[in-house]
Write a protein that binds this ligand. Structure first.
Ligand SMILES: NC(=O)c1ccc[n+]([C@@H]2O[C@H](COP(=O)([O-])OP(=O)(O)OC[C@H]3O[C@@H](n4cnc5c(N)ncnc54)[C@H](O)[C@@H]3O)[C@@H](O)[C@H]2O)c1
Ligand SMILES: [Zn+2]
Ligand SMILES: [Zn+2]
Length: 364
């Protein structure tokens, strides 16, 4: 089966023909239908975060179950599913305390080190899977706790976006920050994650949602998603001053959805007293954020968010209901649909900042 493989860091993706194993007892083989291009893969391709190579990239995918392992009872062949990297063991302290997205027991949901790799090259070289999913591939072999069954009413080329981007952004607003009705919100960065945070804030009933980006097209899409105001960061001298002026002192909730030191600091600086900044972006591991200590005296808070603090087996079906009844916009988030072979071009568009989400359609 064809897959997009990262062979070195930094490096582009190479389309290879790989051998995929049969499902182990807890594993599910999925025929991929749609896969979204998330910026996290690009961070790895650029070498900002280390990963084992060779590895099939991709972690925002949906498809149809083809085969299941002997101990799988949750799904059966033919079921439409969305994959999510928040693979939970259901037994560790984080899982049992209601935070399965922070599961610490990855070993329980992975193959033993001595066992055959799920993916291999024809010469037997083991190939890793990004986030233990490897979603940029015609087929995925994953643990059953890394997928959720969804209604056949949802097109899988759209539902795949919920697997990472929408769950992350929407969840950051609704679950991690718990944006309340009427709140004043700012979202910095309007790619797939930021647009989803804007939608989460809108569904939560935020009174004002300020979107910040450097691209006019992104800001237009942000308005469609629910932003009430926009700031073009390439047209103002000081984003923080602009947001403070618009809100007479600062926002109650801010979100950083880019992954840069400076914009994460801006998210904190633009808060009103008592406000909460949530950094969603993956800030490179060698950068440290700087905030003025005295600002903590006014009870400002800085927090992170992992995968929108999700409980995806229940959240994703709810988000699909929101999509089907028109409250969650997914179609409008897709700027381009491509084939697997065009994946590097898709990532070039992301680097240029010209697209919201690009989706690989495996039927194309
Ligand atoms: N916390 C998590 O669990 C989690 C999950 C998924 C993704 N992420 C991270 O979220 C971040 C965003 O991902 P994405 O896929 O939406 O990326 P993206 O590239 O699609 O979007 C980033 C947006 O930021 C804008 N931008 C860039 N520099 C800017 C600046 N200085 N000021 C204002 N806007 C600027 C770009 O124009 C673009 O619209 C990435 O760092 C990704 O790794 C985190
Ligand atoms: Zn992602
Ligand atoms: Zn766990």
């Amino acid at each position: 089966m064809k897959a997009a493989v990262l062979c070195e860091q930094p490096g582009e993706l190479v389309i290879e023909d790989l051998v995929i194993d049969k499902p182990g007892p807890q594993e599910v083989l999925i025929q991929t239908v749609g896969a979204g291009l998330c910026h996290s893969d690009l961070h790895f391709m650029e070498g900002l975060f280390r990963t084992r190579v060779p590895a099939v990239m991709g972690h925002e995918s949906a498809g149809i179950v083809q085969a299941v392992g002997t101990d799988v009872t949750y799904v059966e062949p033919g079921d439409p599913v969305v994959a999510c990297l928040s693979i939970f063991c259901g037994q560790c302290r984080q899982c049992l305390s209601g935070n399965p997205h922070r599961c610490t027991n990855g070993r329980a949901t992975s193959r033993d080190k001595e066992a055959a790799s799920r993916l291999q090259r024809a010469d037997g070289t083991p190939v890793d899977q990004m986030a233990r999913l490897g979603g940029f591939a015609e087929e995925m072999l994953i643990h059953q706790n890394g997928l959720v069954k969804v209604t056949p009413d949802v097109p899988l080329e759209k539902a795949c976006l919920i697997g990472c981007g929408v769950t992350t952004g929407f969840g950051a607003a609704v679950r991690t920050a718990k944006v309340p009705v009427g709140a004043t919100v700012c979202v910095i960065g309007c790619g797939g994650i930021g647009l989803s945070a804007i939608q989460g804030a809108r569904v939560a009933g935020a009174g004002r949602i300020i979107a910040v980006d450097m691209s006019t097209e992104k800001l237009d899409t942000a308005r469609l998603m629910g932003a009430t105001d926009t700031v073009n960061a390439s047209e103002v001298d000081d984003v923080v001053a602009a947001v403070k002026e618009m809100t007479a002192g600062g926002v109650e909730y801010s979100f950083e959805a880019i992954g840069l030191k400076r914009t994460a600091e801006q998210a904190f600086e633009m808060l009103d007293m008592g406000g909460t900044a949530t950094v969603i972006g993956m800030v490179p591991s060698n950068s440290k954020l700087e905030i003025r200590g005295i600002e903590l005296l006014s009870e400002k808070k800085l927090q992170g968010s992992m995968m929108g603090s999700n409980q995806f087996r229940t959240d994703i079906p709810q988000m699909i209901d929101l999509y089907l009844n028109g409250n969650l916009l997914l179609d409008e988030m897709v700027s381009a649909t491509i084939s697997l072979d065009q994946i590097n071009e898709g990532y070039e568009w992301m680097k240029a900042g010209t697209v919201a989400r690009t989706v690989i359609s495996f039927d194309a």
